[in-house]
Write a protein of this length. Structure first.
Length: 480
């Protein structure tokens, strides 16, 4: 095949191999998520699609002029700084976005502006390889519950909602993570973006269709959830109450995608005339210039790696004396609510002065051993869901409920040597700065909790205790 002899093909493959070798760990962490999570199974087809997109531009690429771009080195350095930030702070999504963005940056630097411009959309679509978006799940669960309850009310069926639980006369439903619609949203957004590029020539039409591909699955998932409740209601809870409702969901999603493509196809633009390559073997190669650009880029990448190896994984020898705050106390009677913080360096829970407490300390910020991590949970999400959420600068109070109506108040905050707040993003940012500066990223999370029996009295008691507890004195525990 002619394209195999093209200089463009050889350089693209070569840069892909170099990229894969340099950022192997970051790439492997993303691929592991593709295997583990069905939400991101579509990421496996992004590379073949990008190859197809490049093939569509093959004639233009062969007609392009190869001229290394030294201005691209500035963006390479910036992307490497972001990668360093994400890698050292264990923020995988940032690390992976930066790592995958480095491939287009390598191509731009070595092959030049014309090639980068021709491959602009393929480079953008390549970023769909990063498994991101699960942070939207709580908001999507709330939206799905809102749409479902509204639709049930319009139907005239009595309905009561408590957090993510929806009760109708003959059954109780929970808007679980699997019902959030995150898979539909990500898949629809990905397919919608590709469809818009291939079928429209004008940017405004593309953006409108991409917005449509986001809004449609959000509304459709709410309607799907409503349909499941109605099937269960009308069948006296015989159907759509178990795994079968997930099957109904995917069938429904297939119909939604078909509708989306059918509607979008009505306004498709005519295909542009196919460009003919005047140079099937590719453009002439300025070898010396390309080697110079590659060498400069390699030096920048090597510098980032040297810094990373020198300053990452700093472990603190501080062991906070949490017993100075709580006495030994009694064991917690009801442990069904307890948070889950994995692989903590130290963990403690008990009951003291009318409150349950839970403490988890991390003496470093290592992979799989992080204070802020998506797998950690503020409460047992299998049995409880949030009803109310109150926040101030130092701590957050949430009210949770279980399926039988028990209520509980939780107040918590994260504490590090530099900062104390309930905001996970702020703590992660502070830890990233500490990592870049070669400082240990130790810290702990502290909860106090009380069963809610008297709304006014119990809430006031918890907030008064939280005001006293979550003070600047707590930071001294991790600075000693």
């Amino acid at each position: 095949m002619t394209f195999l002899r093209s200089s463009i093909f050889k350089y693209l493959v070569g840069l892909f191999v170099v990229w894969g070798a340099v950022f192997y760990n970051s790439i492997a962490s993303a691929v592991e998520i593709w295997y583990r999570s069905e939400t991101f199974a579509h990421c496996f087809i992004i590379l073949p699609i990008c190859i197809y997109l490049i093939k569509l531009k093959w004639a233009a690429l062969n007609n392009a002029t190869l001229k290394p771009s030294y201005i691209a080195l500035v963006f390479v350095a910036g992307t490497l700084l972001i990668w360093l930030f994400g890698s050292m702070a264990q923020v995988k999504v940032i690390e992976q976005y930066a790592a995958f963005a480095m491939l287009p940056m390598l191509i731009w630097t070595v092959m030049g502006n014309q090639v980068a411009r021709i491959l602009l959309f393929a480079s953008f679509f390549w970023l769909f390889s990063v498994p991101a978006g699960e942070f939207l799940i709580p908001q999507l669960q709330e939206l799905t519950a809102d749409i479902t309850v509204l639709a049930i009310e319009l139907t005239g069926i009595p309905v009561y909602r408590e957090g993510l639980y929806i009760a109708i006369p003959n059954g109780l439903f929970e808007v679980a993570v699997a019902c959030s619609g995150i898979r539909y949203l990500i898949a629809s957004f990905t397919l919608g973006t590709l469809f818009a590029y291939l079928n429209y020539n004008k940017l405004n039409k593309r953006l409108i269709f991409i917005a449509f591909s986001i809004v449609l699955p959000l509304l459709a998932n709410g309607i799907r959830a409503y349909g499941i409740v109605m099937i269960a209601y009308l069948s006296d809870m015989k159907y759509a109450t178990g795994v079968d409702h997930l099957v109904y969901g995917w069938l429904f999603f297939g119909v939604v995608i078909l509708i989306m493509f059918t509607v979008g196809g009505k306004w498709a633009d005519p295909l542009p005339e196919k460009e003919i390559s005047s140079n099937p073997t590719g453009p002439k190669t300025p070898v010396n210039e390309m080697l110079k650009a590659f060498s400069l880029m390699a030096a920048v990448i090597a510098g980032a790696y040297i810094y990373k190896v020198a300053f990452e994984n700093v472990v603190s020898d501080v062991q906070p004396n949490i017993s100075s705050i709580f006495s030994a106390g009694k064991p917690i009677e009801d442990q069904s609510w307890l948070p889950n913080y994995r692989n903590a360096s130290d963990e403690l829970s008990g009951h003291d002065s009318g409150f349950d407490y839970y403490y988890a300390y991390y003496n470093a910020n290592l992979e799989g051993q992080e204070l802020i991590n998506a797998v950690n949970s503020l409460y047992n999400i299998e049995n409880w869901s949030i009803v109310k959420d109150d926040r101030n600068e130092r701590y957050r109070v949430i009210e949770i409920t279980d399926v039988v109506g028990n209520r509980r108040l939780l107040a918590y905050s994260y504490v590090t040597p530099w900062h104390m707040t309930h905001k996970a993003l702020e703590i992660k940012l502070v830890q990233a700065i500490q990592a870049i500066l070669g400082q240990p990223q130790n810290g702990f999370v502290l909860f106090i909790s009380k069963q809610l029996e008297n709304e006014k009295v119990d809430r006031q008691a918890l907030e008064q205790s939280a005001d006293k507890l979550f003070s600047e004195k707590l930071k001294a525990l991790v600075n000693d």
